[in-house]
Design a protein around this ligand. Structure first.
Ligand code: HPA
Length: 298
């Protein structure tokens, strides 16, 4: 159970600055790439060379991860020679955190010098062509909680992070999507790679059949409980974003189906595809150029 002080504090510019300064005085790594690992996909962090690990509970202002399958630590190191920071375990709305707390690490990334944010998640497939084990490159998102006013940028805007009304039609960097396709074809991963629209829901209950049908009709190819809030805050701060969904289960779309979504299935599929995902992302990181269209400076 979260205490009241854990829930209400820690997302102002000053608090993010305190956290970034604390981390930068604790490590010499100056990351330009920030990675957020989804459920069962924390293995990417193990690829970092000379890792320096900080438990979330030891980092000032950081929330703690409460989900099974999420380690709850920040790992600094180099991946194929690029300085990186990797979140092993992320925060979700369904854990009870206010949305600004969930996205605090993105602002800390920005203040540490991160230019590119790479996110992974587990998602349910809505697109009828998708199979369990497919990997979807996010080309866009639908922010369901956002329609109800639950947006990490709601409230006073701090111009030091970004503008009041940030554009989201370029949320997912197209060059990085192209790079992912290039790398995937070199590695022979094309057969399970897709491009699609990710819809975020609040959870923690999985969607009903009627909800899955509705989301599919609205244009979503996959549904999950993360990523979009982090992307919104990253784009607000001028970092470029690339995100992948591992399709861990197929959303139940008809009343005759005996299928039921469950978290164990999500973790097991993650374990099976993890190595290929790690190879794809680490090869992409090796080829990243410095981001020149960073529209924000500190
Ligand atoms: N729905 C929502 N979130 C998910 C799912 C799903 O079917 N699978 C993995 N995360």
């Amino acid at each position: 159970m979260l205490s009241v002080s854990e829930i209400v504090s820690g997302e102002s510019y000053e608090e993010c600055r305190t956290t970034a300064d604390w981390l930068m005085s604790s490590t010499e790594v100056r990351p330009t790439v920030g990675i957020v690992c989804g459920s069962g996909m924390g293995g990417l962090a193990k690829m970092l060379k000379d890792p320096q690990v900080f438990k979330y509970s030891d980092i000032p202002n950081f929330p703690r991860s409460t989900v099974h399958g999420h380690a709850g630590q920040l790992v600094f190191g180099t991946l194929k020679g690029k300085p990186c920071v990797c979140m092993q375990g992320r925060f979700h709305l369904y854990e009870g955190y206010p949305i600004q707390k969930i996205t605090l690490p993105m602002r800390v990334f920005k203040l540490m010098g991160v230019e590119t944010v790479i996110l992974t998640n587990a998602a349910g497939g809505l697109n009828q062509d998708y199979k369990v084990g497919d990997v979807m490159i996010l080309k866009d998102h639908i922010n369901m909680p956002g329609f109800a006013g639950i947006n990490p940028l709601a409230g006073p805007n701090d111009d030091r992070f970004g503008v009041r009304f940030p554009c989201m039609s370029d949320a997912y960097d197209r060059e990085l999507q192209r790079l992912a396709h290039d790398v995937a074809s070199e590695l022979g991963y094309n057969k399970f790679l897709r491009d699609g629209v990710y819809c975020v829901v609040g959870g923690p209950s999985f969607e009903t059949i009627a909800e899955c049908q509705m989301l599919h009709r609205l244009g979503a190819d996959a549904v999950g409980m993360s990523t979009v809030h982090e992307v919104i805050v990253s784009r607000h701060a001028g970092m470029r974003c690339f995100a992948l969904s591992l399709i861990t289960n197929l959303a139940v779309m008809d009343y005759d189906s005996e299928e039921k979504a469950n978290h164990e299935e999500v973790l097991e599929t993650g374990r099976q595809r993890a190595e290929q995902l790690e190879k794809l992302l680490s090869t992409m990181v090796a080829r990243l150029e410095h981001n020149n269209n960073n529209n924000n400076s500190f």
